[in-house]
Design a protein around this ligand. Structure first.
Ligand code: ZN
Length: 394
């Protein structure tokens, strides 16, 4: 099965994962209610990561010319001259300074009028292909009913946030949730595109939207002003997820699908679960989609001969009663009102935990081309069925 693993396809996800930049401990931690509003100039990067491409990309502010001497300065006439030589040397120096300042201003107005844009996830939708042959996927024909329907596809984690990880062994490769969600999202985007949907990705590649770690959710809590590393990570995570929600809202998406994989300290735990949030006007729609994905996954994985644990359709309140902070946080993308949430997503949505990467058998299936295609096709068909039913309901 080793030959089926698609680790070698992962380089298109961009540079290798970067370690989260170390917070600068030499600076005093500012008060929580007075966060620094300035853009960070450069992000300190841990020494081991410094050799690689810096993450986030260093933002070098444009050099401002010294306000010393404007061009065409009027030289004051001094009737009591100390001497012609020193006077002309002074005039020459002033003119030189003026020319330099003028050149600097011109250079700045040409190149640096706008601040450098914050890099965001690129939108690159691949053509749907059969991963084994590279041919266009057989059997997928565009459905006119899906035309104009926008799916916001979220590959959970990425950048500073790696999600669940497993070390490699003879049974399954080393895996990072952040890379696998991106790989699965790409293939799902291809299939949905071939079906006639418009797909937008919250990220494409190993990147984040909020690369400057700004206070996107306006809770005055950022990575920078947190007092512990755990708080810094969570603050950054909520700001990043709010940025992704804002993107789905801006794109006027009809559906939000957030892809995760589960992980556990107990390697015996396995299987998948599909989550939705209660208490929203579109809760019924989200639950219906979750049930559809659950059914299709059970069918598709059963057809591959894999005995899978079906964790079923789960609601946000289950994550709360179980006290599962990690799952609860991941439902931020689809929840209603919640602490730290500035604007909820404005479309039905689900969070899918597509198998469990800490389980060896699940990991083997996830890392195989056959497993990936089976899972992605099941999710794509469920989304198609969801919209078919939506259309039938009027
Ligand atoms: Zn996750």
């Amino acid at each position: 099965m080793t030959e089926d693993w698609f680790e070698d396809e992962l380089p298109w996800l961009g540079p290798p994962p970067q370690l989260p930049p170390q917070r600068d401990r030499s600076r005093p931690v500012p008060e929580r209610h007075t966060p620094p509003r300035r853009l960070p100039t450069t992000m300190p990067v841990r020494a081991s990561a410094a050799a690689a491409i810096p993450f986030p990309p260093e933002h070098v502010p444009p050099r401002r010319p010294t306000a010393a001497v404007p061009p065409f300065v009027r030289i004051p006439q001094n009737p009591v001259s100390d001497g012609a030589a020193s006077k002309w040397i002074g005039v020459a120096l002033i003119m030189l300074a003026g020319m330099l300042a003028f050149a600097a201003i011109m250079r700045e107005s040409r190149n640096d009028r706008e601040p450098a844009p914050v890099p965001v996830a690129q939108l690159v939708i691949p053509a749907a292909t059969d991963p084994s042959t590279g041919d266009p996927l057989a059997g997928i024909v565009p459905n006119p009913a899906f035309s104009g329907k926008v799916i916001c596809l979220d590959a959970a984690h990425g950048g500073f946030d790696r999600g669940f990880r497993r070390t490699g062994d003879t049974s399954a490769p080393a895996m990072e949730e952040a890379l696998y969600t991106a790989a699965y999202a790409r293939e799902l985007a291809g299939q949905l595109g071939a079906m006639g949907f418009t797909v937008v990705l919250t990220r494409d590649g190993d990147v984040v939207r909020n690369s400057q770690f700004q206070d996107v959710n306006r809770d005055s809590r950022t990575r920078e002003n947190a007092e512990t590393d755990a708080d810094a990570q969570r603050n950054a995570l909520l700001d990043e997820m709010q940025a992704r929600i804002d993107y789905c809202n801006d794109q006027r998406a009809n559906l939000l699908v957030s892809l995760h994989f589960d992980g556990s300290g107990n390697p015996g735990e396995s299987g998948y679960a599909i989550w939705y949030a209660e208490g929203r006007v579109d809760t019924g729609e989200s639950q219906r989609l979750a049930e559809s994905i659950d059914r299709q996954l059970a069918q598709a994985l059963g057809a591959t001969g894999y005995t899978v644990v079906d964790g079923g359709v789960q609601s946000e309140s289950v994550a709360v009663t179980r006290g599962n902070q990690m799952v609860y946080d991941s439902l931020f993308m689809i929840t209603g009102a919640r602490d730290g949430l500035k604007d909820p997503s404005r479309m039905p949505g689900i969070v899918a935990d597509l198998l469990t990467i800490s389980n060896t058998e699940d990991a083997r299936l996830l890392a195989s081309g056959a497993g990936r295609t089976a899972i992605v096709s099941a999710v794509a068909q469920a989304i198609g069925a969801y919209f078919d039913t939506t259309a039938a309901n009027g």
